[in-house]
Design a protein around this ligand. Structure first.
Ligand SMILES: [Zn+2]
Length: 251
């Protein structure tokens, strides 16, 4: 369940600023958002090509050429590009098309119904990552329609396999990097806070979570597992792990 919020980053330098009536864009944005949620791309198996087919048809109907790249036919990635004047390096808008699997019995609604209920769109992928996918799609459509002159190419990448990167981003980087080579990339991360129907904060994450390896050395009296000792080294080790588990970083 996720309120639809679309934040369009003004990271692209415009030679002119187009006027966009955002109220008028709501219906179209919602239509694409719901259509994408209704495409079951649960991973596994993914079947992201279904979403790619939809995006391809929408983009090409606007005169935006697309290319697809797939290491497996059912798990395609899609790239589209709006050309700039080349004075700056491209910007990459990226979003993954697969979603986490569902346990249907636990859902009060069809997870792929994109049901509108209580002012929300309900469905798998509404906040990860079909909201971002739709926002990126709308940026491409609106930039194209407005005819705005771009200083840099704007590249749209719909990637397969968020976690199965060998089919998605790793495949694109290793096999087709020239298609997505950019100065900046905007991807998911950060959160938007909504209170009483109003956006009160937009957070921007500049990095992903990364492993932080720690070497822990503990001492204790040695013994055998069949006769557990309270002063065995494993006791303080477990205490340390428990404290780490209970630690909460400041909100
Ligand atoms: Zn995600």
């Amino acid at each position: 369940m996720n309120k639809i919020i679309f934040i369009v980053f003004a990271a692209t330098a415009f030679a002119q600023t187009p006027t966009i009536n955002w109220d008028q864009q709501k219906a179209e944005t919602l239509r694409h958002f719901r259509a994408l949620v209704q495409i079951d791309t649960s991973n596994p198996p993914g079947n992201e090509t279904r979403a790619v087919d939809y995006l391809k048809q929408v983009l090409e109907a606007e005169g935006i050429a697309t290319k697809t790249f797939a290491s497996e036919p059912s798990r395609a990635n899609l790239v589209a590009r709006l050309k700039g004047n080349g004075s700056k390096r491209p910007i990459l808008l990226m979003a993954h098309t697969d979603v986490v699997g569902v346990q249907r019995a636990k859902w009060p609604v069809d997870p792929f119904g994109a049901v509108l209920k209580d002012g929300y769109v309900w469905g798998r992928g509404t906040s990860d990552d079909k909201d971002k996918l739709t926002a990126d799609l709308m940026v491409m459509l609106l930039l194209k329609r407005s005819g705005v002159a771009l200083d840099r190419d704007v590249i749209f990448l719909a990637e397969a396999g968020e976690e199965t990167t060998s089919l998605g981003i790793d495949f694109m980087v290793n096999q087709h990097f020239s298609e997505i080579d950019a100065e900046f990339a905007l991807n998911e991360g950060g959160r938007t806070r909504l209170e009483n129907g109003r956006v009160t904060a937009v957070q921007i994450a500049t990095a992903e979570k990364v492993p932080r390896w720690v070497r822990l050395v503990v001492d204790g009296t040695s013994g055998h597992g069949s006769i557990p000792r309270v002063d065995n080294a494993s006791s303080p080790a477990m205490s340390v792990c428990y404290r780490v588990l209970r630690t909460r970083s400041p909100a």
